[in-house]
Design a protein around this ligand. Structure first.
Ligand code: FE2
Length: 364
């Protein structure tokens, strides 16, 4: 860790560009239990966009919408629909993060800047990654305000209960044919990440489709970015469907941690979040596959929660359906009980569930 040239303390925020941030913010409050945190827009002197920042425990979500058709945000939304623009990372020093990554080949997105208000200073900088996604480095150790300069506290009288979402566990990128390894190299060389796990098409294939994946992690494991690319199968894979409908590479899913997946998923479902469903037969031999677990099987089966085990423990996980009409970005809810892996034992059942959804969309 001594020679870690890009020390990261985790995900600072995830920013989505959306068609209507006011309505999206309502959805994330109502359905996911996020809380109102901060706002920037015409009322705060920003002329080209409105941004709503929501929070739940350590996870911050920013929803940004353009106010005019000639904005790059509007062009992004026209091409991709709603999707992730920024995976912002918490750093000690935004100036050095920029210098260290750009000198290793990172493409500049934002030159280092210092922004201040009466609550202190935030420094930030940024580089491009796959597709139109960017990493913004946020240094906030000298800031005591609610979010960052330029934003005002967002007071709301509508404050639905949180659902137990804690923090971003990992964010997965979908890249094009033969692009996984170049992006693995980018995370290794430009950001100092390590490839901690790899899956090939033999691990991740069903009767019809396949994909390959490599998991990239920073030194302390706080930031993990699996990178997927499609693999040859008999029919169109979920990654190909994503690339077609997102019209390019982009963030496929954001996994959010919970300490109690049964109560979190129950709450999300009761608020209208839709999840993928595996067949009930998945549970017939579950305990033979994963060994003893602390949870009762019945609620897991009722909610469709998946379980997998690795050398270090087990994990429970579940995936939402895409949260926009294009079959693009979705969320994963994950509870880790020692396991540091990503649910390889569930891939087949899960991808068959995704294919059933693709079939209903006419995209398999
Ligand atoms: Fe995941």
């Amino acid at each position: 860790m001594n020679n870690d040239f890009l020390p990261l303390h985790g995900t600072d925020y995830v920013e989505l560009y959306v068609g209507n941030a006011k309505q999206a913010a309502h959805f994330y409050k109502t359905a996911f239990g996020f809380q109102s945190l901060a706002y920037a827009g015409p009322e705060t002197g920003v002329r080209d966009r409105a941004s709503y920042v929501l929070v739940q425990n350590k996870m911050r979500l920013m929803l940004t919408t353009p106010l005019h058709s000639d904005s790059p945000i509007a062009a992004h939304h026209k091409k991709h629909g709603d999707g992730v623009k920024t995976l912002a990372l918490m750093v000690d020093d935004a100036y050095s993060a920029f210098e260290e990554t750009t000198k290793r080949g990172g493409k500049p997105y934002m030159e280092p800047i210092s922004i201040t208000d009466e609550h202190g200073e935030v420094r930030m900088s940024g580089i491009h990654t796959y597709g139109e996604v960017v990493h913004v480095f946020i240094e906030r150790k000298n800031y005591q305000g609610v979010f960052m300069p330029g934003f005002k506290k967002w007071e709301s009288s509508y404050n639905p209960e949180p659902t137990g979402l804690l923090y971003v566990d990992h964010c997965v990128g979908n890249v094009g044919w033969n692009q996984m390894n170049p992006w693995v190299k980018f995370y290794e060389e430009v950001m100092g990440f390590k490839n901690i796990l790899s899956f090939d098409d033999k691990d991740i294939s069903t009767e019809y489709s396949a994909l390959m994946s490599k998991v990239m992690s920073n030194g302390n494991g706080f930031v993990k970015f699996p990178i997927n690319e499609p693999a040859e199968g008999k029919r169109k894979s979920q990654v190909e469907e994503y690339l077609e409908f997102y019209e390019g590479e982009g963030t496929q899913h954001i996994a959010i941690a919970t300490a109690d997946i049964v109560s979190t998923v129950k709450a999300l479902m009761s608020r209208g979040v839709e999840f993928l469903k595996v067949p009930n037969s998945y549970y017939d031999d579950l305990l033979d596959r994963v060994g003893p677990i602390e949870e009762d099987l019945e609620p897991l089966k009722e909610l469709g929660i998946l379980v997998d085990r690795d050398d270090e423990g087990y994990l429970l996980q579940l995936f939402t359906k895409p949260v926009e009409d294009r079959p693009t970005m979705f969320y994963e809810i994950i509870q880790r009980k020692g396991a540091k892996s990503f649910g390889k034992g569930n891939f087949k059942a899960l991808f068959e569930a995704i294919e059933r959804e693709q079939e209903t969309r006419g995209n398999l």
